[in-house]
Design a protein around this ligand. Sequence first.
Ligand code: NOJ
Length: 551
Amino acid sequence: MNASEWWRTAVIYQIYPRSFADSTGDGIGDLNGITSRLDALHELGVDAVWLSPFYTSPQHDAGYDVANYCDVDPLFGTLADFDRLLAAAHARDIRVIVDLVPNHSSNEHEWFKAALASAPGSPERARYIFRDGKGKDGSEPPNNWQSVFGGPMWTRITEADGAPGQWYLHIFDVSQPDFDWCNDEVRAEFRRILRFWLDRGVDGFRVDVAHGLIKAPGLPDYTPPPVAAGSMGDGVAACPPYWGQDGVHEIYRDWRVLADEYPGARIFCAEAWVDPLSFAAKWVRPDEMHQAFNFAYLSTPWEAGALRVVIDESIAAFSGVSAPATWVLSNHDVVRHATRLSLTGKNLQGDGIGPRSPGIPRYEDGLRRARAATLLMLALPGSVYLFQGEELGLPEDVELPDAARQDPTWFRTHGERYGRDGCRVPLPWESEGPSYGFGPTAASWLPQPRLWAQLARDQQTGRDDSTLTLYQRALRIRRARNLGGGELTWVRGCGRSAVAFTNGTLTVLANTGGAPISLLPLLSGSHVLITSSPTVGSTVPPDTTVWLAKR
Ligand code: NOJ
């Protein structure tokens, strides 16, 4: 492997800026807060960070509604703060990936304001997807598409002369109008935006909604199967007219040529919620992006048979196009895996959970399983994504009061779906500090649960049995033994509830079942390197993963 292809094996840590660390005390995390806490990430042992959006934005979707792609929102700091953060990360050998949101802008973007002020059919309107309505007086939306956040995907505007006017398309919130990517001006503008950040020195981009930029010609009506309604994917191989259209790929081929002009490998990672994995692999063909999130893996239950299948399919699909497999268990759009993997109630992506949700596990049970799942994931070859706070074993906050909720999903579904706030609660750094060390004051944009005192980073640092120590050790071993660059070979005969394999000098066994599994067949000539929970004699208890190494 070419040494400069760092992304093939990288452990990439997602920072959700508003919830990571607050330097000003206004209750919202910021860039200087991140810079001040970089040592903790260095000690954790990550290779790169991905920053969720910090650009100028009215924050209707926590910054995924961008009003100016080339500036920092005052909430988060300034461009100079960003430059300092980038330099400080690079000084610690941590690469920095920023979030690019090309599918839609904010409705406060200059272009959208100009579109509203201009006439139907004008070049200003042509940068977005405006259409006349159907029915008498055009009072019905142009088609039947439903927004990911609930409600129709179309909003009708009032024209400059006060008359009811055209409709514009928004896959997400009404405040997030979709660009028309068939328009050359849009393409040119995003090339400019890419260069702006590449010139500043970023190491890559996580590409938001990378499966949504092109819509099927004619925008035909579509009704998703019930299982997929309101989620960011389709759940079926046949794509809806707004997801996974073939035309998206020429955009990424164009971006790849541009990024390859820059020294050092500058990468793209696709957020493409498409099925099956062989389809997702199209986003990472050799002349397109470098990585795609493995949402099939994230969505797999804690069940050995299903895990073996998804691991096999992931490696086959990605290696089939010479891309690395990626692995992820948590991010800012899903229920944290310390809760999700043990939920017994039904839960679709984006639904979230809250006080009225059934089947919420006890914290200890959820954590035990999450630690096992993490240790399994960290042994897999390829690149890994971590979400801030999972290294502390943070669960989903299921007690957020309704009045505190901010996710547009909650509002657009009139409280029917809780949405994603429960995984976004500001991090605990110090058990005794105001806002648990998140910032210098008690302010926190989402209230923090009392459990944070016990899970704060200072409580876990240097403690042998803490989740933080487990992550640190596992990441150290992963790097030392080059697990990211290794090869997986299944070990048979450990039983139906076991996920067992070797990766280089390491043997891994995860027990997803309810009964202990004997370790004896694997122990000869090997010793236990690390376990997610204490083993009992020579057996691996339920919800436990063990790494063994040859003596
Ligand atoms: C995917 C992002 O991860 C999510 O947080 C956001 O709401 C949508 N895209 C819209 O940008």
